[in-house]
Structures are given as structure tokens and as C-alpha cells.
Design a protein around this ligand. Structure first.
Ligand code: GUN
Length: 289
């Protein structure tokens, strides 16, 4: 069993990006600038945005944080989106989700200029990705493709089961895995799937993105499978500084012994998701999309 070290690969990619930023700088070019909109004080969102800003600093990007309280109106938020769309210094930006219930996430996402949509959530980017045109691909699926590729994992002709159909992970993941670059035969499994255990056990590559801690048990995994664990549920813990611990969607102790490759949580997919946003920001700054 090989433990896929997302942290190490992400660090390698960060060094590659930092090198590119140094080259841009040396040639007198514009330093890529990522902006983030954060609404409210949700612990998870605060942490994710803080990481995104720290990542920017590490590779030499400029970053800016646009904070709003939970009571912000949809119009105020849409105004800021428009402002960022029109700000030539901002190459790309994200609106951290979830948003408060009185704001339509879809409306906000669709207000983002697709050329600055480094999360790849705008329907234009999703559509372009589906038909294989240059686009911003959402960060987690992109990070997973990068992990499979950098580990040299054979995907062509394999059966891939994607567990979960969210717009952010499961659905785009299923499309990418069916495209020519990966060439897998894809099954999308979800809460209404019958014989879920058997479906999962048919996977050569199982991508668990269901958001339910330790959902995938040992008897749901084929001997020799590649298992990618996207889960990052925070569960209370007494022995950590933060008071919580991240749990994956895979029961690691039961599943790992059966795998050829498996990603740990933390340190697997998470760091790759963060680095994918940096890749998209660099791409946005290059104005190639
Ligand atoms: N919330 C959970 N994941 C994401 C993400 O990738 N981007 C944004 N903007 N919000 C999120």
C-alpha cells in the first residue's frame, strides 16, 4: 500500500509556481492577484480563507480579503463582485461558500466574470470543462487529477466510482475521469444508489466525496483499489489545539490494508485543493482563458 502524500506534491507545485512568479517579476510583469470575499465568521470558512491567503504569500502572489458581516444584503455583495470584475489589478477572485441563507449563492456565482472565476463554479466554466475547452476547473477535482497523474497511477480503462454528486466535487470529478486524459469508465454513486456496497467494491479507483465521516468501510473496497478520500468533516476532539479533528469519508484503518494507493486525511486531497486555486490564479493572470 502506498500512501499518497498530497502535502509533498502540493509543496512541489508551490515551488514551481513561486519560480514562475519570480520569472514574471524579473521580466517586469504583473504579480498575480487573488481576492477573496468572506461573509460572516464560520470557523471552517475563516480557516480556509486564511489558508488561501497564506498560500498566496508563500508563492509571491498578491492577495486581498473582502469581509462582510452575515447581515450583508445580496445587492451589497453583488456590488462588490462587480467591483472586483472591473478591477484590472485583480486577476481572479473567489466568494467563499456557504453564504448566509438570505443570499442566493447561484446568483452570486453567476455574477462573477467567468475569466476571473478561479473557483471554476460559473456555469460558463463548468460548461467549458464538460466539453473539454480551456476553463477554470474547480479546485478539488483538479487536485485529484494532478495527484493521480504525478503518482503515475494507470487510469485508462479502469472502473472509477465517484461517491457523491456535488457541484463542487463529485459531478466535475466524474466528468474529468471520463475524459480522454483519464479514460476511466465512470459510475456516479449517491444516496439513492442501490447495492452501494457492491458498486463501490467494483471500483478500481474509488473517489469518496460524500461528506459522511468514515462512510466507506473495508468490505466496500476491492483488493488493490486506488482510494481517494475527499472528506474533511470536522469532529470534536479533546486532544487537539483547535478542539476538532478532520475525518475523511473513508474508514482508513479498515480500507488502507486493501489498497494499492490511498490518500490520508489530512495531508491527501486537502493540500492539492489549495494548490489548485493557486494554479488557476496563475492561469487567470496569464489571460489565456
Ligand atoms: N466552500 C467549500 N469549498 C469551497 C471552495 O472550493 N471554494 C469556495 N469559494 N468556497 C468553498
Amino acid at each position: 500500500m502506498i500512501l499518497i502524500d498530497g502535502k509533498k506534491i502540493a509543496q512541489e507545485i508551490k515551488l514551481e509556481i513561486a519560480e514562475k512568479v519570480r520569472n514574471i517579476n524579473a521580466q517586469g510583469g504583473k504579480i498575480p492577484h487573488l481576492a477573496a470575499i468572506l461573509v460572516g465568521h464560520d470557523g471552517g470558512s475563516e480557516t480556509y480563507v486564511a489558508f488561501k491567503i497564506k498560500d498566496c504569500e508563500e508563492v509571491g502572489f498578491k492577495s486581498s480579503l473582502h469581509r462582510f458581516e452575515d447581515q450583508v444584503t445580496e445587492d451589497e455583495l453583488l456590488d462588490r463582485v462587480k467591483q472586483l470584475n472591473n478591477d484590472d489589478d485583480v486577476d481572479g477572485f473567489i466568494v467563499q461558500l456557504p453564504l448566509p441563507k438570505h443570499i442566493s449563492e447561484q446568483k452570486v456565482i453567476e455574477a462573477i466574470d467567468p475569466q476571473k472565476d478561479v473557483d471554476g463554479f460559473h456555469p460558463v466554466n463548468v460548461g467549458r470543462m464538460v466539453i473539454g475547452l480551456p476553463s477554470f476547473v474547480s479546485a478539488t477535482p483538479d487536485g485529484i487529477v494532478e495527484l493521480l497523474t504525478r503518482y503515475g497511477i494507470e487510469t485508462s480503462g479502469k472502473n472509477c466510482v465517484v461517491l457523491g454528486r456535488s457541484n463542487i466535487v463529485g459531478r466535475p470529478m466524474s466528468i474529468l475521469m471520463s475524459q480522454k486524459a483519464m479514460n476511466t469508465t465512470v459510475t456516479v454513486a449517491h444516496s439513492r444508489t442501490k447495492n452501494l456496497k457492491e458498486v463501490c467494491a467494483s471500483a478500481d479507483i474509488l473517489i469518496a466525496a460524500i461528506g459522511s465521516p468514515e462512510f466507506v468501510k473495508g468490505d466496500m473496497v476491492k483488493e488493490g483499489a486506488v482510494v481517494i478520500d475527499v472528506g474533511t468533516t470536522r469532529v470534536p476532539a479533546t486532544d487537539t489545539k483547535s478542539g476538532f479533528r478532520l475525518k475523511g469519508d473513508v474508514c482508513f484503518d479498515e480500507v488502507a490494508p486493501k489498497c494499492s494507493y490511498i490518500t490520508p486525511v489530512p495531508g491527501g486531497v486537502g493540500p492539492m485543493t489549495r494548490v489548485a486555486l493557486l494554479k488557476n490564479t496563475l492561469l487567470a493572470a496569464s489571460k489565456q482563458i
